[in-house]
Design a binder for this molecule. Sequence first.
Ligand code: SAH
Ligand code: SF4
Ligand code: F3S
Length: 444
Amino acid sequence: MTDDASAPAAKKLFIKTYGCQMNVYDSQRMAEAMGAEGYVLTEDQAQADMVLLNTCHIREKAAEKLYSDLGRLKPLKAGKPDLKIGVAGCVAQAEGEEIIRRMPLVDLVVGPQTYHRLPAMVRGEAPRIVTDFPQEDKFDHLPAPRATRRAPAAFLTVQEGCDKFCAFCVVPYTRGAEVSRPVERILREARDLVARGVREITLLGQNVNGWHGAGADGREWRFGRLIRALADIDGLARIRYTTSHPNDMEDDLIQAHRDVPQLMPYLHLPVQSGSDRILKAMNRKHTADQYLRLIDRIREARPDIMLTSDFIVGFPGETDRDHEDTLRLIERVGFGSAFSFRYSPRPGTPAYERPEIEAAVADARLQELQALLTRQQKAAQESMIGRTLKVLFEKPGRIDGQMVGKSDYLHSVFAEAPQARIGDLLSVRIVESAPNSLRGELAA
Ligand code: SAH
Ligand code: SF4
Ligand code: F3S
């Protein structure tokens, strides 16, 4: 959907997205669904006829952000009583009508598995709060995306939900059980994206590598096979996927990293901790050593692969020794970058009732771990200097003639490229590393 100044009657929709890439994808689908109702997107909240907050429940801070943002909407709603305010996403799922009780200015609450019903809710033809886990597939009920041109890199959700029940995590409760979308739908959506200008697709799922489905041949397909089928689409230059779970890294997927040139040498593989005791308490169902051996096998298949991860620091019961085990694992692997979080107790999860460790201790550990990860990130970026890498240009930079894109390893690369167009995949020689990006020059 695009802004359309020539249609003054159109209503304006402002969407704010919190949380993971799956929410980014969902916001896009909700915008398309509301587009069929005559809404166009606006970047300016003050102009909106409807404000939709697509929320995240993963940590307490993320959930509380919703309430502070809702508080800030009070004056806008007071001056514009017809303004509709909707809350979507994982807080909507977790808290339901509690949101309206706490913030009566909210008109609609819709969960992540029911947002195909949003248009009916806005029309007043469905309840104000819809947070069930329906049997029907929401994707079957969403309007087909309009044939508008798309940016060169796109997300495509192939799997939703989680059955793993890590002791700290709300996702199994907010997104429900693991469901894989059918092969044919995924391939159709991918072909449609490519026809609309997309050259890079990132497959999304809370456990994306757990995806499986029945192929047209009636045989069971695993995730590696899906990647091979996507690689056959003409014009699709790059395939990525996130987030994967170590226990779902099957041999065929590892081999795809060796065999499929379109599959980028980049893997986000959260481990959370390097201590077997803590991994067990977290219900991760693998040991540190199993993770390390898995990394060895992946690197054997694709030696230049860039690995990234997630860590939780200060999980209940974590000792200095456990923390050192985590630092040791990080040193062993050498990550290109990583996200690390202080443990946040989430109501309804098994770890919620467990005694927390001292905040100052957890903070100190987090700082130490982040310092190590920052050093590794810097080293990984500096190892790119002097190399010529392919960059998919996604937008102009701030400086005239400059373009920004992503390398195969997902680094942001800035380059002087006045002739380049958005969607060009060009060779760039890297000359400099900045804190969160690289700078390069177009190679001849
Ligand atoms: N499905 C993905 C992760 C989804 S949540 C996976 O299993 O890897 C993204 C990250 O948020 C997690 O990897 C974890 O590091 C972090 N996270 C989840 N729950 C958390 C909590 N209660 N406190 C702190 N961090 C948390
Ligand atoms: Fe959460 Fe664990 Fe599922 Fe990831 S695998 S979404 S961390 S329960
Ligand atoms: Fe957050 Fe829900 Fe994603 S809790 S991380 S938006 S799945």
